[in-house]
Design a protein around this ligand. Structure first.
Ligand SMILES: [Zn+2]
Length: 406
């Protein structure tokens, strides 16, 4: 029996590799052994039949903005996290990046518990603020001293390989007061360790939209190649639009940053997706490099997830191919893992997602509570990591995966 697993009859879509058509994929020892138009079922120990015109086989999906520090944050206190496998393989996603759910004070849980026990690949970006979401005000950095350069260095030295980057939320009183200093210091810390800095923009409570916008422009000028801007489509103060109105344009610093190698991500979550902003940006040709979920414990019960983000961008007019590229090859490249993730190729790890595209008249709501509809929803079918199959969890709604009908 030459193969362990055969994924047979699927519509394989890998925009990064220019593949879009019916192909069989064979897996042995967790590695892709063959991708061909026809591989005989008798040659495999296990055959996964992929039937139906709307069922797609894609490279393992990558969610570059999640909150999966499950057990490191406390339910009912600040931001809740989900189990990595709920947002990961249980949602048809094979890689999740935790975007600063915890600071160095409790990042240890990733090394001791979360990464070893998860079936999903978990990448950890630590918050630059020592205590992250556990601080009393729930803002990440309450005092400049919470960006504790010395202890961060000792944390990184004591935990080689644990931390893949830093996260800063451009939110809260100290950011409103001393934003440039917070950005400068965070960037210095990241540079000191040769790691990327991911920055959340959009501060719903900022009293001064002009000032918040100015700070975001400063941020975009400070970020360098490998860094990540997240929440491109936020309608909140600190977003990238010049004015709040429909005729807004995007500040030029976005494309300048992108040209410098900064990844432009569009994590949606519940708090940072404006449908009008997303539509206007699409009209202007300002497209995010990646989309992601900003999945939290609360969001999980309200539909938030990577497939939901992809469906929302399809409602704006992005094609299936666009959103798959954003969550596979572009995401892999954006987090510096383009050589290992985000493509289906012989010799690569068998890291594969299978989902259905379901037609309907689906009801969505944005951050400003503006309803909108889309004609496509995505439902996970299987996730495959290192050749192992994972069925999806129940889904984010009490009735499963599909959004409500409009
Ligand atoms: Zn987040």
């Amino acid at each position: 029996m030459p193969y362990d697993l055969l994924i047979k009859g699927g519509h394989v879509l890998d925009p990064g590799m220019g593949v879009d058509g019916r192909l069989d994929i064979a897996v042995t020892n967790g590695v892709i052994a063959a991708i061909e138009p026809e591989i005989a079922a008798k040659d495999a120990a296990k055959v996964l039949e992929v039937r139906g015109d709307n069922r797609y086989v894609v490279p393992g999906l990558i969610d570059v903005h999640t909150h999966v520090a499950y057990g490191a944050t406390t339910a009912g206190v600040g931001m809740g996290c989900v189990d990595p496998d709920v947002g990961g393989v249980g949602s048809g996603v094979t890689t999740v990046l935790d975007a600063g759910s915890v600071g160095i004070a409790n990042v240890g849980v990733f090394g001791t518990h979360l990464i070893p026990s998860a079936k999903t690949r978990v990448i950890c970006f630590v918050n630059v603020g020592t205590y992250a979401h556990t601080t009393p005000s729930m803002a990440d950095v309450n005092r400049m001293e919470e960006i504790d350069r010395k202890t961060i260095a000792s944390c990184i030295q004591a935990n080689p390989g644990l931390i893949s980057g830093f996260k800063l939320r451009l939110v809260g009183p100290i950011v409103q007061e001393r934003g440039e200093d917070v950005i400068r210091l965070s960037k210095e810390v990241a540079s000191e360790h040769g790691l990327p800095l991911m920055v959340h923009i959009g501060d719903g409570r900022h009293p001064d939209r002009a000032r918040a916008g100015e700070l975001t422009r400063f941020l975009l000028k400070t970020l360098t190649a490998g860094d990540i801007l997240t929440h491109l489509c936020t309608p909140n103060p600190g977003g990238v639009m010049t004015v709040a109105e429909a005729a807004a344009s995007v500040v030029p610093e976005v494309e300048e940053a992108r040209a410098n190698g900064v990844l432009i991500d569009s994590a949606l979550g519940r708090g940072n997706f404006g449908i009008e902003v997303a539509r206007r940006q699409a009209e202007l040709g300002v497209r995010p490099d990646t989309t992601s979920s900003d999945l939290t414990g609360g969001g999980r019960r309200l539909g938030v997830g990577l497939l939901d983000s992809m469906a929302k961008f399809m409602s704006v007019g992005y094609s299936l191919s666009d959103v798959v590229r954003m969550t596979t090859s572009s995401a892999a490249r954006g987090i510096g893992m383009g050589d290992a993730l985000g493509a289906l190729a012989v010799g690569r790890e068998a890291d594969i997602s299978i989902f259905d595209v379901v037609d309907g008249n689906w009801k969505f709501t944005d951050t400003l509570n503006q309803p909108f509809t889309g004609t496509k929803a995505l439902v996970p079918v299987q996730a495959i990591r290192h050749g192992e199959l994972f069925a999806p969890e129940w889904g984010p709604y009490p009735w499963g995966w599909l959004p409500e009908q409009a």
